[in-house]
Ligand binder design. Structure first.
Ligand code: UD1
Length: 417
């Protein structure tokens, strides 16, 4: 089983390029089954979650090739509507095929999908939206079958601005002429990136990036092309690594405007961040201070995916701070592991209360989900002594060559297979 061996204490110096966003690439790849032709996707990250989605596309009859960050999908050979169960279980993101399959084949079967254990992660909002679009949804012992002989354009209100539900409903309504409106939609930049792809195949979309999205489907989708945006959570991870280990790093390729709550939080904690259009330089020149109260929320609030990273930075900042998790109900697993490294954290419900220690110490810790793993790596970079971070397969789901990138800025990190 792979793990990272990290010798803490080296300040980070240099520059790192940020790869394409996993959470943008996944729905775009699922969307490629909507057209009957070629989709060209630039800056597609090479991650295990992306590989799982590509495997699903191939199982559906699509031809997929990769040349570096360039992925080409030819969906003219699309033959089958059923995703093999073993592939569906590999990644929770397989749920994102439901909307595209409903649009393309009028039928989608959803079975227990894998992914990180950070909460119950229901899909009731996806199903409510499918029903509003005219789908018949039936629960079976082995999964959920959605059938929609006729998708009817309509107005759908989401009780919560779910990212996945917004994406699935955009996909489900993309091939239906007439106007579908999603209100209280998610506003995440990844939604806008999916809209960019859908526009490229001829779907009329307006309002993406706001809470009301208007979709005018097309009966004759064309070939499509899109560039995946940079991964804002990966960019935030590098900033958190500097917050833990110290130093100065130029994080290149990710627009800081997509990261404003993270940039604002780290600045308030005492970090220096100089922003450019396509990146930022992050520097820690003295010990950070903890902030009395932070909380996560839907975009443009502090992303839930950054909460474990901020907690890692808080563990050695001066004074007492608290952060509440408002999106997922079970996203505090990193706290116990950080305590094993000498952190002083108490968790009450969804709130972590952190009293900053002078320094953490190395320990053997296991990542229990993707961002928990990233937070442990960040913390280990600043800790005294050697840490062993296992559960690397979770980290591989969202970070391309994390070890190489961190090594390039002076971290003493090794991946041991
Ligand atoms: C996506 C991201 C994930 C990120 C999250 C929130 C991908 C592949 N994953 O996940 O990294 O942390 O957005 O920014 O893009 N909910 C319901 N019913 C539903 C759907 C969601 O109650 O039908 C709840 C969820 O349980 C959760 C909250 O809404 O508590 C947010 O979920 P959602 O925005 O849907 O996140 P994901 O799309 O799963």
């Amino acid at each position: 089983m792979s793990f990272y061996k990290i010798e803490g204490g080296a300040a980070l110096q240099g520059s790192i390029d940020v790869h394409g966003a996993k959470n943008a690439a996944l729905p775009i790849l699922a969307a490629t089954i909507l057209n009957n032709g070629i989709s060209v996707i630039h800056n597609c990250p090479d991650l295990s979650d992306i590989e799982s989605i590509i495997t699903i596309l191939r199982s559906l009859g699509c031809r997929v090739t990769r040349d570096g960050g360039l992925v080409t999908v030819d969906s003219s050979g699309f033959t089958s509507a059923d995703i093999p169960l073993e592939f569906m279980k590999q990644t929770r993101s397989s749920t994102i095929f439901a909307g595209a399959l409903l649009a393309r084949t009028k039928r989608a079967f959803i079975a227990g999908s894998g992914g990180c254990c950070i909460g119950k992660r229901p899909i009731d909002l996806h199903l409510m939206g499918f029903k509003a679009l005219g789908a018949d949804v039936s629960f079976r012992p082995d999964g959920i079958l959605c059938r929609a002989p006729h998708i009817c354009p309509c107005k759908i209100h989401l009780d919560f601005p779910s990212v996945g539900a917004t994406e699935n409903l955009m996909l489900a309504s993309s091939l239906t002429p007439g106007l579908t409106v999603i209100s209280n939609a998610a506003k995440e930049p990844e939604i806008c990136n999916l809209a960019d792809y859908l526009r490229s195949i001829g779907v009329g979309i307006k309002g993406d990036g706001t809470s009301e999205i208007y979709i005018k489907g097309t009966c004759s989708p064309s070939d499509g092309e899109v560039t995946v945006i940079a991964d804002r959570i990966v960019a935030a991870t590098y900033a958190a690594c500097v917050a833990c280990a110290g130093g100065r790093v130029d994080v290149r390729g990710a627009s800081p405007s997509l990261l404003s709550p993270v940039v604002a939080t780290l600045r308030r904690m005492g970090m220096t961040i100089e922003c450019r259009n396509d990146g930022f330089v992050v520097e820690k020149s003295s010990r950070c201070i903890n902030l009395p109260y932070l909380c996560t929320g839907p975009y443009p609030a502090l992303p839930t995916d950054c909460q474990p990273l901020i907690v890692a930075a808080m563990t050695t900042s001066y004074g007492f701070g608290a952060i509440s998790e408002k999106i997922f109900e079970n996203r505090m697993a990193h706290c116990k592991r950080l305590c094993d490294m000498g952190a002083d954290i108490s968790v009450s419900g969804r709130t972590a209360m952190v009293r900053g220690a002078e320094r953490l110490h190395g320990a053997a810790v296991d990542a229990s989900d993707l961002r928990c793993g990233a937070a442990l790596v960040a913390a280990a970079l600043g800790a005294e002594g050697t840490s062993f971070v296992s559960g690397v397969h979770y980290i591989d789901r969202g970070y391309e060559n994390l070890c190489t990138a961190l090594k390039s800025v002076g971290a003493n990190i090794e991946r041991i297979e």
